[in-house]
Design a protein around this ligand. Sequence first.
Ligand SMILES: C[S@@+](CC[C@H](N)C(=O)[O-])C[C@H]1O[C@@H](n2cnc3c(N)ncnc32)[C@H](O)[C@@H]1O
Length: 390
Amino acid sequence: MKDLNELLNDVIENEKMIYGVLSNQRKKDNNNFIKVNLKPVLIKGEKKIQFTYEYNSKVMHKNLGKSDSIEELDELLKNYFKQGMFFAIDADYQVLISKKGKVNILKKKPTKEQISLSHNRKKEYIINEGTPCDFLIRLGIMNESGKVYNKKYDKFKQINRFLEIVSDIVPHIKGKETFNIIDFGCGKSYLTFALYYYFVKILKLNVNIIGLDLKSDVIEFCNNVAKDLNYNKLRFIHGDIKDFDDIEKVNMIVTLHACDTATDAALAKAVNWNTDIILSVPCCQHELFKKINSSTMKPMLKHGIIKEKLSSLITDSLRANLLEILGYSTQLLEFIDVEHTPKNILIRSIKSGKIDKSCIDEYKSFKEAWGIKDIYLEKALEDKLKDMDI
Ligand SMILES: C[S@@+](CC[C@H](N)C(=O)[O-])C[C@H]1O[C@@H](n2cnc3c(N)ncnc32)[C@H](O)[C@@H]1O
């Protein structure tokens, strides 16, 4: 058959390759890679070839587009390996290259069946690509035929990850006559619309959602979108979290990346209203940066970059601890891979009503260890905490 270039063009350009492996080093060299595995992957909606370079004690990956892959394979086969196996849809190809560079290509019956894009194996999302979804089209995440724009793929994944976390709490909502949700600091409200779509359009639940934000232009935009989409039980209000009292019963509070202590204002509202469910992804955190102190931890506290991360983690630990003290069963989950945002901790709290006294001692000694006297959230919850010796 064909020459090497023709073969590489055929299997790579025409997306025929299921799996490949380059082996049999041309010059034995234990410091260099001894084998390279190849597989097609889908990264942010783009098809690539993943090269896995196997060394003696490590493995390295590279994801390349089609023409770069062909170039890399040509280079690897001509300079590093005597053999390449390409398992394609129509055939298995064995490439043998002699010392003098003579290429021999053997074609055999195919032994592998399907292309598996397993690096980003097509996950079953709650909202799937390919199915047009009204709010995602309106907000510019996908086109009319349901294709997610490449630049919006991270947002698309974030929305689905959020809905996946929300799906776990559905049993707490089902059966309720009505369910009132507030999204504090909703911003442009991708996730608020997603929540509405999931609860009302997919699950057909009787849910009312309010999005609240400080920015009046954003609120106007979101109200227009909700109107265009006929999302009748979704409305947006302009205001500050700490002043918002315009509702009788709130079943669930959402706060996603609300800046600094705006997250705490939202958590305090939720607890003071006896809200059943809290979903909160905190944002930047400045309060404890100035307040933490510990001679033992000095090596961590003297570097601003570490101190900043540390103060965020301490803040979220204290938040979770306070919620537990106040009868919320609380989990901290990874919201989305760190590659997308460093602000990726989601606090999920469900009211259980069981007050765990052991958490009070934990809370007090933890604060003491970090030299912390008071925090915003504690102050905002002082009525609830007054009999708890905190
Ligand atoms: C980083 S954006 C996040 C938007 C959205 N929740 C998301 O995750 O895509 C934070 C939003 O919180 C709003 N915000 C901050 N402090 C607030 C407060 N005290 N009251 C209401 N909104 C607030 C900001 O105006 C901004 O739109």
